[in-house]
Design a protein around this ligand. Structure first.
Ligand SMILES: [Cu+2]
Length: 125
C-alpha cells in the first residue's frame, strides 16, 4: 500500500515496491486495502468468479492489471470503476493454470495515489 503524502514512505518506496504485500497492513492513515477475496497467496482449483479488494474508504481505481507469472497479461481494465467505491471488483477471463498478480492503482479520498496488488495461483489439475 503506497501513499505519496508520507515523505518517509516516499523515500522508502523504491526499496519496498516488491514488498507491497508485506507492508499493506502498515498503519498509514489513508484509505487502504482490507482483506481481499481470494486471500493473498490462495491456491484456487478454478478461475475465481471475481477478485474483490475492499477498502476502508472511498477509492477511485484508475488502472487494474492482471498478469500471469510468465508475463502474459489479461485485459481487465474495463472492470475498473470510474467512480469512487469502497470495493474493487474485477471479473477475470478464464485463466489457465499459473500464478497471477492483480495490480491496481487508484486515488484515495484525500487525492493521493494508492497502489496495491493481490497474488494468487490457479491450479486446476
Ligand atoms: Cu494520503
Amino acid at each position: 500500500m503506497a501513499c505519496w503524502c508520507n515523505p518517509g514512505w516516499r523515500s522508502a518506496l523504491a526499496l519496498t515496491v516488491s514488498l507491497s504485500v508485506a507492508v499493506s497492513s502498515s498503519a498509514f492513515a489513508h484509505s487502504s486495502a482490507l482483506t481481499p477475496t481470494p486471500a493473498r497467496g490462495a491456491v484456487l482449483v478454478a478461475t475465481p468468479t471475481e477478485l474483490k479488494i475492499p477498502f476502508d474508504g472511498p477509492m477511485r481505481v484508475i488502472t487494474t492489471t492482471l498478469t500471469r507469472a510468465n508475463g502474459e497479461s489479461f485485459d481487465v481494465a474495463a472492470q475498473a470503476g470510474r467512480s469512487a467505491s469502497e470495493t474493487l471488483v474485477v471479473v477475470p477471463p478464464a485463466l489457465p493454470d499459473g500464478r497471477y498478480t492483480l495490480e491496481w492503482r487508484g486515488l484515495s479520498e484525500d487525492g493521493h495515489t494508492m497502489t496495491g496488488e493481490l497474488s494468487f495461483r490457479v491450479d486446476a489439475d
